[in-house]
Each structure stands twice: as C-alpha cells, then as structure tokens.
Write a protein that binds this ligand. Sequence first.
Ligand SMILES: [Zn+2]
Length: 198
Amino acid sequence: MSERTEPLVRDVMRRTLLKVRAEDSVKSVIKKMVSQHADIAFVVNSSGTPLGVITEHDLVYRVLAKLDSLSLDKVKAEDIMTSPVIAVSDQDTIVNAARVMGEYRVRRLGVRDETGALVGVVTADDIMQVFPDYFEYIATLGRARELAPRVTEAEEELLVGYCEECGEWSDRLREYNGRYLCEECYMEIAGFEEETGE
Ligand SMILES: [Zn+2]
C-alpha cells in the first residue's frame, strides 16, 4: 500500500499516444486517429520533440476552414496543429494536472517523464472516470478563471512546453516571431537581434 494521499498523473495517464510528423498530410493524420481511436495526436519532429497537438476540435474547425482551397492530401499536420504542447510531469498530482487544464482551457495534456520525453497523455475524462470526486473541481476551474481578476499587465503569462529551438522542456516559454522558446534560446535569438537592431 502506498502512503501518499494524493493521486498522481501516472495513476491515470494513458501510455499509448499517437505521434505524427509535422509534414504528414492531414488525411493520413485523420486515418491514424480513427484507426487508433485517438482523440489527440502529438506532432513531433525527427528527434521526437513535441511541436504541437491536433485534437478533434482542430480537425473540425481548422480543416474545414482550409477545405475550400486545399485538399486533405495537401494540408499538413503543422498547418492545423496547436502549439506549444501543454504537458505535465507523470509525478505531478491529479489536482495540479486539473489546474493546468483549467488554466489553459484544454481537456487533454501531454505527460513527460523526468527526462522531458513525452510518454503519455492524460485527459479530463480519464481523471473523472478514475477519480469522480474531481469532477466538480475540474468543472469549476474554467469558471474560476473567468471570474478571477485580471492579472496585471506587467505580469507575463507563464507558458509551459517544449522549446521549438532546442527541444528542451521549459516552465517559462516565451513567444518570439510565432515560435515558443525557452529562456536561454529566447535570450540568444531575440536578445541578439535586439542588440544588433535593424
Ligand atoms: Zn531552447
């Protein structure tokens, strides 16, 4: 018997996850999602770094938006994916995972191990099935955020995910030219360009 009282992400996470490549056609992504009964696909690069996610919601809204001009063979995964990948540690508590879901208004999170590698997925439905007591808690998170006073302008919103430059996990991603970078890469790229100016 375990002594811990708080259930952890690893207790409910699914360890099978669908990974696709950025250059894969949306048509092939849809086929894989259907055949593997996956409601989320993680878009990764050649070294396995997560670049974004594609959910059923993305398929419906973003693919339909592009259907007029393009066929499904031509639209690539990277054209419709959502970035960056929001993920929690497999050692995180369920409560924290639920909090992150509420914070980012998502129902599915990637799960990383201690090395930062993407090893699973945890969904609000999974949590509520295993721990029904959390249902009310999770349901209130979205509302709580709406009701919460706005953070001050100066306070930057923290974004967690994988750096699109070095692929390292970061608790503090910063956006630069549409890419999400860890602080070191941000300083290297954005800092350098600011110094040299136009
Ligand atoms: Zn980086």
